[in-house]
Write a protein that binds this ligand. Sequence first.
Ligand code: G3H
Length: 526
Amino acid sequence: MSTIPQEFQITELVHQDTYLANGKLIPWHGDTTQVYSTISSTDTYQPTLLGSIPALGEKEALQALDAAVNAYSNGQGLWPTMRVVDRIACMEKFVEQMKTKRDQVVKLLMWEIGKSLPDSQKEFDRTVDYINDTIEDYKQMDRDSAQFKKHDGVNAHIRRGPLGVVLCLGPYNYPLNETFALLIPALIMGNTVVFKPAKHGVLLISPLLEAFCNSFPAGAVNVIYGRGRIVASPIMKTGKVDVLALIGNSKSANALQNQHPKSNRLRLVLGLEAKNPAIILKDADLDLAIAECIAGATSFNGQRCTALKVIYVHEAIVEEFNKRFAAQVDALKFGNPWDDGVKLTPLPEPDKPAYIQELIDDALHKGARIINKKGGDTSENFIFPAVLYPVSKDSRVFQEEQFGPVIPVLSFKDIEEPLDDMAASNYGQQVSLFGRDITTLAPLIDTLVNLVCRVNLNSSCQRGPDVYPFTGRKDSAVATLSVHDALRSFSIRTFIASKDNASNNAILTELLRSRSSNFVSTDYIL
Ligand code: G3H
C-alpha cells in the first residue's frame, strides 16, 4: 500500500445529514447509507469509510419535486420569469463560492471514484470553466435575441424560454463535470431542477450545497439522495417532470421515461452508452496510433463513455501493433490517485474486477489470448487491463460496453469489416481513425460521419473541448450537449408577436422604454 499524503488522509467523515428542498437544507433523521471508498487506508486491505448520505424515501423525493414545481409555478415563478441578467448574477455568485471548495471536492473525487489527482483537479477546473463559458454563451444568446423581426406585417420578439421541471441524474465517472454539464444549462435557462447525485461520487456534492442554497431562489435547485428506484421512479410517475436529463445507460433512461404518464410531454437530454472503435489503417503512424489508443482505452481505467472500447488493426500491421501496444499497457503505473505518475487507479465499483474477469474468461473461451504480461492481474480493488487478441465477434467483450480496464483487439483485411460492425452496433457516438492516405481517408470519413457523431482523425475519442457538440446516434444519446447546444437543449423558442400597426407599436415601444417586462427587452448584456 502506498503512503497517503497527510492532506489526503481521511481524518473526518462526511456525514451528509440534510437534503436540499425549497431553498433549505432539511435535516434528515431517518435511514442512512454508508459511503465507502474501495481504496484502503490500512496496510491490510479494507475499504475506507468516507461518510454517509440520507436514504430518502418517496415522501422526501416528492417534497423536493413539489418545491421545483412550485418554484416553476407553470412558468410564473420568480426563477423562470427573472431577467436573464439576474439569473446570470445568481450563477456568478454560485461559481465564485464553488471555486473556494476546490480542495475538498478534489479530495473526495479521488477517494470516492479513484480518479487521479491531476484528473480530479482537471474535472473541477473544467467544470468551473464550463460554467463561465455557459454564462458567456448565454449572454451572447441574449444579445442575439435583443431585437425585433418583421415579416408579413407581424413584429416578433423571439427568445428562448425554459421548459419546466428537470430531473437531473449524473454518472459516477464524472460525478461533477457531467452532472453539472446538465444541471447548469438547465438551471440558467430558467428551469427548476431536482438533482440526484450518482451512487459513487455523491459526497463531493456536499461542499457545494450551501452555495446552491444561497445563490438561487428557493426551489430552483433541489438535491436529493437515495436509490433511483425509490426516489426517481415516484417523481417520474407524477408526470410533473418536463425534462429527463440523464447521463448513464439506456436501460435506466428507458425505465424512467416509461414511468412518465404522458411521454409526449417529456423532453429527453441523454448521454448514454458507447463502444467507440479505433480503426488503424495500414499506413497509420504507428507510434502516434499506439499512444492515442493507450490514452483512449486506459484513461480513468476505461471508465469513460468516450473510451476506445474496441481496436481494429489492419492485418498487415497487427503483429507490430500488438507487440508495442501490449508492452506500453504493461508499462502503465497502477497506484492510488495521489501517487506520482499514476495512470491506473482503483475501481470504485467493488464488483467491477469480477465483471471484467468474466469478460476475459468468455473471450479466452472463444479463442482470444491475453497478449500483455500483466493483463488480468487482480488485487482487491483492481484488475490490470488485459489486451485480448484476436477477439471473436460473439464474445461478450466485443458486444458489451465494458466500461472498465479490458481492451479487445481485432484485425481486419477489408475496411468493410469494421464499417459493417459499426453499422450493426447499438452504439453511435465516436470513432478514432488512424491513417494518412487521403484517397483512403476521404470516402471513409464520408461514411463514418453518418455512423457516429464525431470522427477523430489520428487521435483518441473525447468529449472536449466542451464547446464542441457532444452527442451520439442509436443507443448513445438523445439531444446534443456542448456549452452552446445545451442551452438550446434545455429551452424552447417562445415569442411575442403583434401586428405592425400604430397602436401595437406604441405598446411595444412603451414596454421597452419602461423596462417593465423581463421578456420584452432589447437591452444588451455586455
Ligand atoms: O464519460 C463520458 C465523458 O463525457 C467523457 O468525457 O472524453 O472528456 O473524458 P471525456
